[in-house]
Design a protein around this ligand. Structure first.
Ligand SMILES: [Zn+2]
Length: 113
């Protein structure tokens, strides 16, 4: 009698045995975050996990960081930028040169006639 294809049925109620420690809560670590509105958030994550750098503040929705003195997104003073600086952000030097050349050619054409 061939024995290879016999599927061994598991007895009802005999689930896979699990080690008892599986039911114990995993070790946790508390990580505190601060948002720019001085809300303190404490979360519990697995002890071996690396805390995420940012956490959304549940009270105001702002991103919260782990540095209480320097929360992310705090109204940081934008350095003054000139109009040219903004233009340079949008356009590469090559594009700028092309635009300039085009404008100069246009100007010369108008002056020439
Ligand atoms: Zn907040």
């Amino acid at each position: 009698m061939p024995n290879g294809n016999v599927i061994r049925g598991a007895r009802v109620g005999s689930g896979p045995e699990r080690p008892p420690e599986r039911y114990e809560p995993a070790p946790r670590q508390a990580v505190a975050y601060w948002c720019r509105n001085d809300h303190r958030v404490e979360i519990l994550i697995a002890a071996e996990a690396t805390p995420p750098p940012l956490w959304d503040c549940p009270r105001c929705g702002s991103p919260a960081g782990q540095d209480a003195q320097n929360p992310p997104g705090r109204a940081r003073s934008e350095p003054y930028k000139s109009h040219l600086a903004y233009v340079k952000e949008r356009r590469t030097d090559e594009e700028g040169a092309a635009i300039l050349a085009e404008a100069l050619a246009d100007l010369r054409r108008r002056r020439g006639r």
